[in-house]
Design a protein around this ligand. Structure first.
Ligand code: J2J
Length: 572
């Protein structure tokens, strides 16, 4: 059988007691949350999900769920989960695009007390196999054919691999009901299940004081070494960050939030995101695709008041709005986060989109900062805001963990009421990722303004930030190194006007190497065959016979990466 949730490094009791006493951690689980809000806001609109565009009128077809509908659909999904053998405490990989089914299964998993693992639709067999093994997942939920992709094929690929190793793969659930034949491990939902009325009794994790201090789900980290690490967030810590975010971001009952970024992202889920809207009884508007045209149509059609974007998407919106002057009169707030926003772009939000800009600097590990409504324009444009909680602790330190002088730049360390003290089942990595005092090493280089505002000035972690998607340099180097003709490989982030950064790969070939006429294509195939998500695949590949071998330690490797990044950027 599957084991329950293994022990993880929770927040020490002396801190936990403080966070309870301050009213941050309350005794509410996600099961309570779903049931309470769906009941309290029953007749209000929870969700408008858009799909195809009508070719004649140009308007977008939509599907609307009230909060009562959401509860009904969540209870049906909950029954499906139980029917396929998911038990409270089990992990379920949720890999759905921004659709109504995403909400049904998210809330369904919460109702049965299963822990969602927030995969992205763009992840492939390599990533899914890793999540399934690492979490011993009981189920994997997909929507066959979404974005033209064969998710059943993806499932078979990694599930066969697991069986060959003597492991039991998760059961596959096809959420849209399109798959009507059941094969080995693939569950088709032939009949729409009846809503589940008797919810299973939740189980308490070892070491958890209250049910709300259980781990509620596993969010993904961008990662710096190897595969994405999993982030165990508790009901109490996460719901605190959501509840406290709403007033800071002006989310209330009247909020109509456009969801364009992938729903599973931590930003989209919680800052204040999907959960912040459900908390208040507002409405979510799910975009069928991230194009400015679709977004603008939905803003007009659904009177959207708020949207959350990454900087490259904001740039696309600004360009498109300057050309088409859409009716954005309902739009009040545009949140931008996930990567550094250039002040020159930030300045255009007001004039071009007619909305207030809010910068968001957050991380799935916890800490989230927002610029505030009351901040002077200068700080909104140039900084990434101040933390949610008065009890978020921020330290800016030098390479030896000593605090830098006021206003100087340094490494950002943080701990607080909703920041993890360790990743899920990563004892070794946790020793480097956290200080002895339990501070998380963010890997971000920042400067604190006298007002307390954080300005992100750089990054020390071995990670590439491509349009807000994080890519661990090591993971990509390892896959490149596994190719026969590769003596060494260095992955670098190449600065890019459109995406912030792109992935570059520099290869030292073996003497007998043959990467064909176009190494970039050769490596693209290599990465694709290994089941690596497309956004991580190097977009630029250089073969260098003068590359020094780098297996001499981390420091020189980091220098080499920096030098090569500058080199590649200069020779664009
Ligand atoms: C510079 N870098 C930023 C910003 C994140 C809200 C918003 C974003 C995320 C997120 C999130 C940045 N300026 N405004 O989880 O709840 C970079 C930093 C950070 C890393 C975290 C949320 N906003 N970053 O992006 O876990 O390097 O979370 O450490 O994906 O993104 O990435 P992630």
């Amino acid at each position: 059988g599957r084991t329950g949730l293994a022990e993880y490094p929770g927040i020490p009791e002396e801190f936990a007691a403080k966070y309870r006493a301050a009213g941050y951690w309350i005794d509410e689980t996600f099961q309570d949350f779903v049931l309470d809000r769906c009941d309290r806001f029953a007749d209000r609109t929870a969700l408008v999900a858009s799909s195809s565009r009508d070719p004649e009128t140009g308007s977008l077809a939509t599907q609307t769920w009230t909060y009562a509908d959401l509860e009904d659909e969540a209870r049906r999904s909950a029954r499906t989960l139980l029917d396929v053998g998911v038990a409270p405490g089990d992990r379920v990989i949720l890999q759905l695009p921004n659709t109504a089914e995403y909400m049904a299964y998210l809330c369904g998993a919460f109702l049965v007390g299963a822990l969602p693992v927030f995969a992205l639709p763009k992840h492939r067999a390599s990533e899914l196999g890793h999540f399934a093994r690492k979490t011993d997942a009981a189920a994997h939920i997909v929507c066959q054919g979404a974005e033209g992709f064969d998710y059943l094929g993806l499932y078979r690929e990694y599930a066969d691999g697991m069986r060959a190793e003597g492991l039991q793969p998760p059961v596959l659930i096809e959420a849209s009901g399109q798959v009507t034949e059941s094969e080995d491990g693939v569950v088709a939902i032939l009949d729409r299940p009846e809503p589940l009325l008797d919810l299973p009794r939740p189980v308490r994790n070892r070491g958890a004081e209250r049910l709300s201090e259980n781990v509620a789900f596993l969010q993904l980290s961008g990662g710096t070494t190897g595969m994405s690490k999993l982030i165990p967030r508790t009901h109490a810590d996460y719901l605190y960050s959501v509840r406290a975010s709403d007033p800071i971001c002006g989310v209330d009952r009247e909020t109509r939030m456009l969801v364009v970024l992938p729903a599973a992202h931590n930003f989209t889920m919680s800052s204040p995101g999907i959960l912040g809207v459900l908390h208040e009884g507002g409405s979510l508007v799910f975009a069928a695709d991230p194009s400015p045209q679709t977004a603008f149509s939905l803003i007009e059609q659904e009177r959207v008041t708020m949207a959350s974007l990454v900087p490259p998407l904001l740039q696309a919106w600004i360009l498109s709005a300057q050309r088409r002057s859409p009716d954005l009169s309902s739009l009040r707030t545009v949140q931008v986060g996930g990567a550094k926003l250039a002040p020159s772009v930030a300045e255009k939000v007001g004039p071009v989109l007619g909305a207030r800009l809010q910068q968001v600097f957050g991380m799935a590990e916890g800490l989230v900062n927002y610029t505030r409504d009351t901040d002077p324009e200068e700080l909104v444009v140039r900084t990434q805001g101040v933390p949610i909680s008065p009890d978020d602790e921020l330290l800016v330190v030098d390479d030896d963990d000593r605090p830098v002088a006021e206003g100087e730049t340094g490494h950002l360390l943080t701990r607080g009421p909703y920041t993890i003290r360790g990743y899920y089942l990563e004892d070794k990595a946790n020793r480097f990722g956290f200080t002895e005092d339990g501070y998380y090493r963010t890997g971000d280089i920042v400067r604190l303004h006298p007002t307390g505002h954080v300005e992100v000035t750089g990054r020390s972690k071995d990670q590439i930030n491509r349009a807000g998607e994080k890519i661990a340099v090591d993971e990509i180097e390892d896959v490149a190194l596994s190719a026969d003709g590769v003596a060494d490989a260095v992955v670098v982030g190449i600065p890019d006007d459109d995406l912030g950064e792109r992935v570059g790969l520099v290869v030292l070939p073996r003497d007998d190497a043959d990467f064909g006429v176009d190494p970039r294509t050769w490596f693209r195939e290599w990465f694709r065959e290994r089941g690596i998500a497309e956004f991580k695949i190097p977009e630029r590949v250089e073969i260098r016979r003068d590359l020094p071998l780098t297996n001499v330690g981390k420091i020189s490797r980091r220098h080499l990466r920096t030098a090569l990044a500058e080199d590649l950027a200069a020779s664009r």
